[in-house]
Design a protein around this ligand. Sequence first.
Ligand SMILES: Cc1cc2nc3c(=O)[nH]c(=O)nc-3n(C[C@H](O)[C@H](O)[C@H](O)COP(=O)(O)OP(=O)(O)OC[C@H]3O[C@@H](n4cnc5c(N)ncnc54)[C@H](O)[C@@H]3O)c2cc1C
Length: 678
Amino acid sequence: MTAATDHSTAARALAAAGDSESARDVAALDGAARGVERKLKPARSGLVERLLYGPAPSTAELQAGAALARRIAGSEAAVVDAALGSLARGEAFTADARLSAALRRTVAAEKAFGYTVPAAFGGAGASYGELAAVEEALAGNGLGPLAVEISGQLTIGAGSLLAYGDERQQRIFLPLVAEGRPTAFGLTEVGVGVNAKKVQAYVEQQADGDYRLFAEGPANKLWITNAVHGGLIGIVARLGRQSQQLGLFIVELPAADVALDAVHDYEFRCEPSRVAAFVANFNSRLHFRNFPIPKANRIPADGVEVLFYCLRMGRCMLAAMAAGYQRMLARDASHYARQRIGVGGPVIRHEVPRLNLGRILGGALQSRALAYLSLQQDADGVDLAGLRDLTKSAAAGAGVESMLACEHVLGGRAFHGGSRVNDARVNLHLFGVVEGEDDLILMGMVRDVTQRFVERYLSPLLGVIDAANTARDGGKLPPERRLLRIGPAAIVRHPARALPALLRLVVQPKLWLLGGWVAVNAVADLVRLPLRLLPAGAFARYRALPPLLRRHARYAERKLKMLRWTYLGLGLFYQLELTRAQIPLQRLGKCIEHLVSMLAVCHHAALGDETTREIAALQAQLLRDKYRALRLVSGLRAMQRTRRSVAAVGASLEADRCSLIADIEPQPFGHPWDERPG
Ligand SMILES: Cc1cc2nc3c(=O)[nH]c(=O)nc-3n(C[C@H](O)[C@H](O)[C@H](O)COP(=O)(O)OP(=O)(O)OC[C@H]3O[C@@H](n4cnc5c(N)ncnc54)[C@H](O)[C@@H]3O)c2cc1C
């Protein structure tokens, strides 16, 4: 199935709502995601979907991540000890605070850059779980930038070759990756960010079958981590200037920039991107004109599909790094609070700094619990849709909150130049944007975990509204005249279209299927209601947890199940408008994120010691407070008011008539995308 024909319910809903541009973009991205599903062929449906719609996962499944973390503990020692030795000798960073060649050589000798590459290709043959342990320990000990570099190298770098490269490409390039040749993945361009399918770089095929790559001006590849002269890169480019098809090419970058001259018929430039995050790493802007790529270097796959495939491990590694970073913040902040005398004695004695320290530790535990749970789920062949996105969003969000909490404990020294806490700040902030921006992926997560339910029970509604928006001549009504909801307001305003639509809906056999779902689930919930009077310890399911954590796990599971009603309520209320009602979807995503995190934290700590359980109990309570502050169906009127206000503010900004900022000139952006190729 091609991206163009692979229309998901979401894309059809967008088209029916009259948003054809989003429909096309979403259909294209969904096509790539479906390709990943076909490749991975998950043996079981996703954990988050099962937590909402059943069947409930077993306790063993929920604790499998903690068991993985325990099994692999210590496996990271060789790489991490070597790296820390280099740090202790003062040779890990150069004078301008970048990762040094000496550090890279030291860890390369321990096969760090080929950690998950099979031994047959010169790698260490470790699992992604073991890689996560390395990532966490490096980030936890002041070597976050090395963790970033190795993660990029092995998730989107080697990962793409291992999963999609042919036998020759693996044989030639994987040994280079394993020996430490920096390996990048280049999708983002000056003119294209999150809308990945829109990349403008393209190749032209020559008579001999080889390719020439053009990525000029706005099509320059931008912010490419690990991209450096002499390094390797997987480059995403269109297969022809006007083609809709995206290819992927493995390229060995020249050792220096190349200009057109008597010897060279192509141009290449690799310049620092000047980004002020990942500052210790290579991060570049790449220019290609007529750049030769042998035909054998085309990886036989869609470039965005490969990215999505690799991002699933990238997101787990990001969570492991976030766990490490937060453990480091907790270490340094608690060390300070124990020594520093504040108002009325050492800072550590006071409740608010203790809460801040608890938040940091809780964020670390949450990120770790989700990272290893996701990794074990993936290793067990469970569909990672839902959990991988939630894991990344929760870990990135916790990282930023922990940074703020750390600043409030450490005070001015949190900003001390050269301190590892100060150095962590931008990277932790960036974690919310790279590997998928948090809010976007949370909304995608909601779509993923509700997809089966929507297709089964709510899609008839889509067909009926679509029919109500069809003009007499068979064409579609213009977007401004479309009905997005069939409810009292629509019946009053457009009775001629809304009433017949309502009648058509009532006679839909699938509506009765939904009625059956409602009846069965309502009865099941009612039957279970009296069980709430029993303490959590009365159930074998919760006896697998320490007493301190049982009530939290039970609460999280109960509320997650209730969210299936919340989603139904939102679906029936918003109907087609849900395609553009991002605020409710994002809030629902956050609710799911908080509750799944609670559950993960409790089960992870079940295999931990007393201090870990105490952290888990605090974090579970803090997450519960956050969840309770988010009102969805019960706060629908307030949310609608918020949405109306957001629409008004957004419209004034869109029309550039907001008086509060009218007298301030906007600053020109870095990397403008309207420049001419040159
Ligand atoms: C330090 C660094 C390293 C990076 N490394 C790499 C790399 O190695 N390889 C690579 O290919 N890329 C890399 N990136 C790119 C990164 O993945 C992108 O920054 C990211 O995809 C976002 O693109 P953008 O910044 O152009 O944002 P834009 O695409 O301009 O989006 C701006 C904002 O609008 C939001 N938005 C857009 N559409 C919608 C919508 N429909 N609804 C709601 N919100 C929306 C986005 O979520 C985002 O927050 C890196 C970036 C940085 C800064």
